[in-house]
Ligand binder design. Structure first.
Ligand code: ADP
Length: 398
């Protein structure tokens, strides 16, 4: 049986999947797991195809301080799980594809060099995305690897959504509004076509609300505008990232406070967002459980900015037929969804509180002019599909 390996290496976690490739290129999940809490409370766990936990191992931060250290432990373990067999291909999530990559690509040395050059545009993610590609190239030479990009789904944006109002030369050298979370949005578009085909053809704002957060305007399943821009800092506030910020603040930090690039990067990526606003936690569960004024403010701000962005994206599409909640907060926080939906009543959204509390797929009321859905995202499935399709395009089945 052929197997496909999917690796999604983030800033503090590595998610992985093994799929069996069945006749007709149907993908059957064999193993699903993650190494999370890297550098803090490292935890390796995996479930088999029956949902049974087959691995559950905790480590100290000193044992697994970095994503590289986690990969070191993980690659032997994964190869063992594959029973010594080589996977037919390995698919990777790569956050930034820059202006050149509008589709998944087979990885070679030239591709790696191009992706390496994009590290400054995604300093939290890109280096960790490239690490497993290099390790697997060395350990499993000859096994095709495919890079799947978070920016690719947005590359069809109209010109006005792809630009900043900066001189043309900067646009040409790549200073563009790329947009991110594309694999998640692509999966949402794919899933909507199955579960709500009419809505899938309409105007939808999908809200990916996790540790990273963004919203994407989709018309007929295609991204037309997104809240994220040049880097994954723009748009909605996130666990520790600012979201939209007047660039004048950065000038102030440089000119009036003498901050250097490293200090500003730390502030914008790691010390801001829900953590910075609340002074309590970066984690929505902690904020919802807290009565600290900072925690209340952070949630209020999050809701305010989500609603503001949905309004802006609806204007960009000249109307709105539905919204989708996804990712950790979007899928799990009924309270957050309720507050967002309440503030979209003016657009014609009527919530169904009981359905929302139960986390039904449809959480708007029957007859609501704007529908609201909860759709669990599955970036790894999207990567597996792209990887297999790319593999088939490389070597058509005989
Ligand atoms: P990542 O971007 O790292 O994949 P996730 O999509 O897993 O992040 O989202 C993490 C966020 O989801 C955290 O803020 C976490 O608090 C939040 N979350 C998870 N479960 C719940 C829940 N039951 N209620 C509220 N928030 C939740």
């Amino acid at each position: 049986m052929d197997h496909l390996l999917v690796v999604n290496a983030g800033s503090s976690s590595i998610k992985f999947r093994i799929y069996a490739v069945l006749p007709g290129d149907r993908l059957d999940l064999d193993l699903k797991g993650a190494f999370d809490g890297i550098g803090a409370h490292p935890h390796l766990f995996a479930d088999d195809d029956h949902g049974r936990r087959v691995e559950d191992d905790a480590f100290t931060a000193g044992q697994v301080p970095t994503v590289a250290a986690a990969l070191d432990r993980l690659d032997d373990w994964l190869l063992e799980r594959l029973g010594g067999e080589r996977p037919v291909a390995v698919g990777h999530r790569v956050v930034h594809g820059g202006p050149d990559f509008a589709n998944p690509v087979p990885v070679d040395d030239a591709v790696i060099a191009k992706l390496e050059a994009l590290v400054p545009l995604a300093p939290l993610h890109q280096p960790n995305n490239l690490l497993p590609i290099r390790i697997i190239r060395d350990r499993l030479p000859g096994v095709p690897q495919v890079a799947c990009f978070d920016t690719a789904f947005h590359r069809g944006h109209p010109d006005v959504a792809d630009r900043f109002a900066l001189p043309e030369a900067l646009y040409r050298e790549g200073v563009r509004r790329y947009g991110f979370h594309g694999l998640s949005y692509e999966f949402i578009a794919h899933r909507l076509a199955e579960i709500a085909p009419d809505l899938a053809k309409g105007r939808v704002v999908a809200c990916h609300l996790g540790a990273g957060a963004s919203a994407c305007a989709m018309v007929d399943g295609r991204s037309v505008e997104s809240t994220m821009g040049f880097t994954a800092l723009d748009g909605l506030p996130m666990a520790t990232r600012t979201g939209q910020l007047d660039p004048g603040v950065v000038l102030y930090l440089v000119q009036a406070k003498g901050l250097g690039a490293a200090a500003i990067e730390r502030l914008l990526y790691r010390e801001s967002g829900l953590l910075g606003l609340s002074g309590v936690s970066a984690d929505m569960r902690d904020l919802e459980a807290s009565r600290e004024p900072g925690a209340v403010l952070a949630i209020d701000y999050f809701v305010h900015r989500i609603v503001r962005e949905i309004g802006a994206l609806a204007a960009a599409m000249q109307g709105l037929d539905g919204i989708v909640f996804t990712a950790g907060i979007g899928e799990n926080s009924a309270a957050l969804r309720a507050r967002v939906m309440e503030r979209l009543a003016w657009l014609g959204l009527v919530a169904d509180p009981a359905a929302n509390a139960r986390r039904d797929t449809v959480v708007s009321a029957a007859g609501s002019r704007v529908q609201a859905l909860v759709v669990p995202t599955d970036e790894e499935f999207m990567i597996a599909r792209h990887t297999l399709a790319t593999l088939r395009a490389m070597a058509p089945a005989g």
